[in-house]
Design a protein around this ligand. Structure first.
Ligand code: PBG
Length: 325
């Protein structure tokens, strides 16, 4: 008989499979998104995201304590403000919801790595990620407000600034203002490649951030494009980003891989709300094995080239990883 390869030799037992495993998922890879809302006594599940809650600041500690206990090292904070206006001024208020949340979380857990999402859509009454003039999202005017927002977040104690607004030049603008304000050591995780994706639907429920008119396609990327993603990422690298993000994750694993291969910066993937909610919904119906599917997805994102994963599954996955050895 013709000689053939026996690939199954290295699959015969759990021991050898673990020894030859090429990629690993660990709680250290996770960045867990947390939503802080104004008011008190609030711990409210987001209807389209089972297992994800809004917390007012007086309830937030319980959530963050749990994250820390599970061995997750980082959170990204999103603020859901009470008051919105045309230019998103509550985004950079010193006592804004996210600034207060950052201060509180850093006070309680100085070692927890706190990222701040820098965008305006939760804070503007029109729901766009930048400043609107005559029905258009104006780029350069938005940069000023975004940079101001980033500085206020750094001042509140954010360890890293994660701008998700997709205006051109946001890394330059934010880097400059951070440096001027004395935060040259605060890194920027750029949402370098962010697609205009329908997978953000549940997040917009959670963050009350749907655009009131139009959509985000003049600033977020066309899902059909891959080369453009590399141009976006190249600009951000040149502008001084410290890490790059690709978002969403699952439907864009080719982009994660290409960004990984082209650039040497750490790469993060955002396993977004719609991806999360699809898994949750199918699991609730008993159609899939949630634990197996989630761990497979997260492993897939690592295999595609992500160093870090922003995921709403982080707490569950951290629990499951504790007993899969
Ligand atoms: C804000 C922002 C969005 C997400 C993170 N930051 C939504 C958007 O662009 O509408 C999406 C996260 C998710 O879907 O989990 N610009």
């Amino acid at each position: 008989m013709k000689r053939f390869d026996r690939h199954r030799r290295l699959r015969q037992s759990g021991g050898i499979r673990r020894m030859v495993r090429e990629n690993h998922v660990s709680p250290v890879d996770f960045i867990y998104p947390v939503f802080a809302v104004e008011g008190s006594g609030i711990q409210e599940e987001v209807p389209s995201m089972p297992g994800v809650f809004h917390y007012s600041l007086d309830r937030l500690n319980e959530e963050v304590d749990e994250v820390v206990e599970l061995g997750i090292q980082s959170v990204i904070l999103f603020g859901v403000p009470e008051n919105k206006d045309a230019c998103g001024s509550s985004a950079h208020a010193e006592d804004g919801i996210v600034q207060r949340a950052i201060r509180q979380v850093k006070d309680r857990h100085p070692g927890l790595y706190v990222m701040a999402d820098t965008c305006l859509c939760q804070y503007t009454d029109h729901g766009h990620c930048g400043v609107v003039e005559n029905g258009e999202i104006v780029n350069d005017e938005s940069l000023r407000v975004l940079a101001q927002t980033a500085v206020s977040q750094a001042r509140a104690g954010a360890d890293m600034i994660a701008p998700s607004n997709m205006m051109d030049g946001f890394v330059t603008a934010i880097r400059e203002q951070l440096d001027d304000a004395g935060f040259e050591q605060t890194p920027i995780l750029s949402y370098a490649v962010k697609y205009a994706s329908a997978f953000y639907g549940p997040f917009r429920d959670a963050a009350h951030s749907s655009p009131r008119f139009g959509d985000r396609r003049t600033y977020q990327m066309d899902p059909a494009n891959a080369r453009e993603a590399l141009r976006e990422a190249a600009s951000d690298v040149e502008e001084g980003a410290d890490m790059l993000m690709v978002k969403p994750g699952m439907a864009y694993m080719d982009i994660i891989r290409r960004v990984r291969e082209r650039f040497d910066l750490p790469v993060a993937a955002y396993n977004v709300s719609g991806e999360y909610s699809m898994v949750k919904a199918a699991a609730q119906r008993g159609w899939i094995d949630e634990r197996a599917v989630v761990l497979e997805m997260l492993t897939g994102l690592k295999r595609a080239g992500a160093d870090l994963i922003l995921t709403y599954h982080a707490k569950d996955a951290a629990r499951w990883l504790m007993d899969t050895h």
